[in-house]
Write a protein that binds this ligand. Structure first.
Ligand SMILES: [Zn+2]
Length: 225
């Protein structure tokens, strides 16, 4: 805890040194992207994208999940609606990550027996679980399975995202770009879903947009170690 408090004090020194920037920041925000990722402590969206305060609007929860619209009017729906309809954000990134505990739990329901809230939350990723069960049953390697599930979950959540009216309306106008990323903790690699080849590929300088319609793809992320 002391470390965190010391951090706040160091940050305040930084604000003092960049007074103009922070004063301007206080006037309003116009972030360039909505960044949806997992709550996992090992992901730092600003560090990962080298974004500054004001650059990205962040939505985080266990498993980078987007409940379908209307399922429950929770914080996720409100955050998405505000980002798209009020802040007029034109880019959305759903970013999964390697070694995701939520996705691992999804594949091992017995581990959430005493975690009823987690278990209930993960029902929003039932599509992911079922895709794995029905299409990847022959894969025995645990790490590979989890990596495939992480990728499939990003695609499933991008689909859920499109059930939100503010998102669907903006896509219909060609004003919203969706991207699906997977971040690999140990290397810092980021893979972007390329709709043309139906695979996650290393993020290039001009990343392809993610799918309006999903397609099953090879498990590049898991298969290549
Ligand atoms: Zn996670």
């Amino acid at each position: 805890m002391k470390q965190l408090v010391r951090g706040v004090h160091r940050f305040q020194d930084e604000v003092e040194a960049q007074k103009e920037f922070y004063a301007k920041l206080a006037q309003g925000q116009s972030p360039g992207a909505l960044f949806i990722t997992c709550s996992d402590s090992r992901i730092n969206p600003h560090l990962l994208t080298q974004a500054q305060p004001g650059d990205i609007f962040v939505l985080r929860n266990a498993g980078n999940i987007v409940p379908p619209y209307g399922f429950h009017a929770g914080g996720e729906s409100a955050t998405i609606e505000y980002a798209i309809a009020a802040l007029d954000i034109e880019n959305v990134i759903v970013c999964g990550h390697s070694h995701c505990g939520a996705i691992t739990a999804l594949l091992h329901p017995e581990r959430t027996e005493n975690l009823p809230a987690v278990r209930s939350w993960l029902t929003h990723a039932e599509t992911t679980r079922r895709i794995l069960a029905e299409n990847y049953a022959s894969i025995e390697d645990e790490e590979e399975l989890v990596n495939i599930a992480i990728q499939e979950n990003v695609l499933a959540q991008l689909e859920n995202l499109q059930t939100h009216p503010a998102v669907a309306a903006k896509i219909a106008r060609g004003q919203l770009h969706l991207m699906g990323w997977v971040y690999r903790i140990e290397t810092g690699d980021v893979f972007n879903y390329d709709n043309e080849v139906s695979q996650f590929l290393p993020l290039s300088n001009t990343p392809a947009e993610a799918p309006a319609k999903r397609l099953l793809k090879d498990a590049l992320f898991g298969g290549n170690g």
